[in-house]
Design a protein around this ligand. Structure first.
Ligand code: FPP
Length: 275
């Protein structure tokens, strides 16, 4: 896969946006709350599941664009623990679409060094979904390019509770009689995103101003970008506009000195590695 600018010609409509992006100040990690599938379908008098189906193309487009840009990690909110409250037929369609996506995209993930990792309470997933996810995780585990985290049966609060419980168990096993202290580093090491930089940019589609229990710990200093675009309509130019807006922000991390947005902590992987 070519780097983004190499994949476009100057007469391509995305060229000016792609040219405006500063490659030295890219977010290392982008997180997205993909919202608005139901409204997209309703506007077209289609069943809600048609909106979810139309939500696959923007997933492909976003993964490809992030890989072309050399972004290190992309986390997509695909299914929250609260989504089980939806009608069974809708939930089953979401599982079918996920399995379809995994099967369709595996060759592309492999060809482009993309690593896929589901995050969430995976033991709560239907057996066949879990098995296919595990296969893709295994097959892509040695890939060194973009890491795509799919948040599935995910809850930020549950993630924190699980992390604290693991720390408590470890402490009880090792130093049963001693008081123990949780630190930011020890807690972060137990989260699903351990080892990755925190998201620098959190995008939410469909105009809703909510966090919806997503990455509660990790987004402490993320720049928020909310677009009215409904997820099924979200494409490369929307992502590029979000990144451009991010690059205009002054990130102070609670301090007083305005520092220009920089890719946090970890350098993005060399674009040259991506085929
Ligand atoms: C939110 O829209 C979207 C979801 C709950 C599901 C996201 C799923 C996809 C994008 C489909 C494919 C995903 C993968 C990873 C292959 P909503 O239904 O809450 O929309 P509404 O707020 O307009 O009702």
């Amino acid at each position: 896969m070519k780097a983004l600018l190499d994949s476009l010609t100057p007469d391509h409509p995305d060229w000016p946006l792609a040219r405006a992006i500063d490659p030295d100040r890219l977010p290392a990690h982008i997180a997205i709350i993909m919202d608005g599938n139901g409204r997209w379908a309703r506007k077209r008098s289609l069943p809600r599941v048609a909106g979810h189906k139309a939500g696959i193309d923007p997933v492909r487009d976003t993964v490809e664009c992030c890989a072309r840009l050399g972004i290190q990690a992309l986390t997509l909110y695909a299914f929250s623990v609260e989504n089980w409250k939806r009608p069974r037929s809708e939930v089953e369609t979401l599982w079918r679409l996920l399995r379809y996506y995994l099967r369709q995209e595996l060759p592309k993930l492999m060809a482009n060094g993309i690593r896929l990792r589901p995050i969430g309470r995976l033991d709560g997933l239907p057996f066949n979904v879990r098995r296919e996810l595990e296969d893709v995780v295994h097959l892509t585990s040695a890939n060194l390019g973009l890491q795509v985290n799919l948040a599935i049966n995910y809850s930020g609060r549950a993630e924190l509770v699980d992390a604290v419980n693991r720390l408590v168990k470890q402490a009880q096993a090792v130093h049963a009689d001693e008081p123990f202290e949780v630190t930011e580093d020890s807690l972060a090491a137990e989260l699903y995103t351990s080892g990755l930089p925190d998201p620098d940019l959190l995008i939410r589609t469909s105009g809703e101003m909510r966090i919806s229990n997503f990455l509660l710990w990790q987004i402490a200093y993320a720049e928020l970008y909310v677009t009215e675009t409904l997820w099924p309509d979200f494409r490369q130019p929307d992502l590029l506009r979000a990144i451009l807006e991010y690059q205009k922000r002054d990130r102070r991390f609670g301090g007083l000195t305005a520092s220009p947005t920089v890719a946090s902590r970890t350098e993005p992987l060399a674009v040259a590695r991506i085929k």
